[in-house]
Design a protein around this ligand. Structure first.
Ligand code: DX5
Ligand code: ZN
Length: 221
C-alpha cells in the first residue's frame, strides 16, 4: 500500500513570500507541495500560472503536485511540465478529450492525475484507470480554500479505492481537510491529503510543523 502523504496547498500561504513559504512547509514535514492553478473561467477565482511555479522550483526538491483548475488544459500542459511540476492533474470536466490530456501529460514524462468535482461520478474514470497515477477526489467545490468538507465524499473515496483495486494509483482528497476530517478520508482509502488552511494557519514554521504533525497523527490513528 502507498504511504500517507501530506500535501500542503500554497493557496493558503503568504503570496508575498512564496519561496520561503514553500521551503518552510517542506522543512516542517510536508511530503508534497500542492499547486492550485485557477483560471477565473473553469473556477470562479484566479491564482497563479506556470511562471510562478518555475520561480518556486529552485526553492525545494520536494514533489510538485500540480492541480489544474483550468479549461482548456491541453494548450498549457507543456508549460506546466517545463516549469517543473512532477505530477499534473486535470479535471475530467475541463474538456471533451480527457484521454488525450492524459496521454499528453504521460508523453511529457510527468505523473498523470485526474480529478473529479463533487458532483461528477466515478464512472468517467472506468476507461482510463490504466493510464493514470493519481485520482483526486474533490471534497469541496473547487475555487477557494477554507471551505467545509462535503461528507458524502467519504463514500466516493471508498468507491474509488475499490475501483483502483491492486493498481498503484495514489488516491488523493482535496478540500476541507483538517485533523477532524482526515481520519474518515484515510479510513475510506485515501493516502494523499491536500490541506491549505489547516497547514498554513499560524503563519510560522513552528505552527506549520505542529499543523502537519497533527494531520499526520490524525491520519495514522
Ligand atoms: C480548492 C483547492 C484546494 C484548497 C484546499 O479549489 O483545490 O487545494 O486550496 O484548501 P483548504 O484545505 O483550505 O480547504
Ligand atoms: Zn487543489
Amino acid at each position: 500500500t502507498l504511504p500517507i502523504r501530506i500535501a500542503p496547498s500554497i493557496l493558503a500561504a503568504d503570496f508575498s513570500k512564496l519561496g520561503q513559504e514553500v521551503r518552510d512547509v517542506v522543512e516542517a514535514g510536508a511530503d508534497w507541495v500542492h499547486l492550485d492553478v485557477m483560471d477565473g473561467h473553469f473556477v470562479p477565482n484566479i491564482s497563479f500560472g506556470p511562471d510562478v511555479i518555475k520561480a518556486l522550483r529552485p526553492h525545494t526538491t520536494a514533489f510538485f503536485d500540480c492541480h489544474l483548475m483550468i479549461a482548456p488544459a491541453d494548450p498549457y500542459l507543456e508549460a506546466f511540465a517545463k516549469a517543473g511540476c512532477d505530477s499534473i492533474t486535470v479535471h475530467a470536466e475541463a474538456g471533451p478529450h480527457l484521454h488525450r490530456s492524459l496521454q499528453t501529460i504521460r508523453a511529457l514524462g510527468k505523473k498523470v492525475g485526474v480529478t473529479l468535482n463533487p458532483a461528477t461520478p466515478l464512472s468517467v474514470l472506468e476507461n482510463v484507470l490504466d493510464d493514470i497515477d493519481l485520482i483526486l477526489i474533490m471534497s469541496v467545490n473547487p475555487g477557494f480554500g477554507g471551505q467545509k468538507f462535503i461528507p458524502a465524499m467519504v463514500e466516493k473515496i471508498r468507491a474509488a479505492k475499490a475501483m483502483i483495486g491492486a493498481r498503484p494509483i495514489e488516491l488523493q482528497v482535496d478540500g476541507g481537510i483538517t485533523a477532524d476530517t482526515i481520519g474518515a478520508a484515510t479510513a475510506a482509502g485515501a493516502n494523499v491529503f491536500v490541506a491549505g488552511s489547516a497547514v498554513y494557519k499560524g503563519g510560522s514554521i513552528e505552527a506549520y510543523r505542529a499543523n502537519v504533525a497533527a494531520l499526520r497523527t490524525a491520519a495514522e490513528s
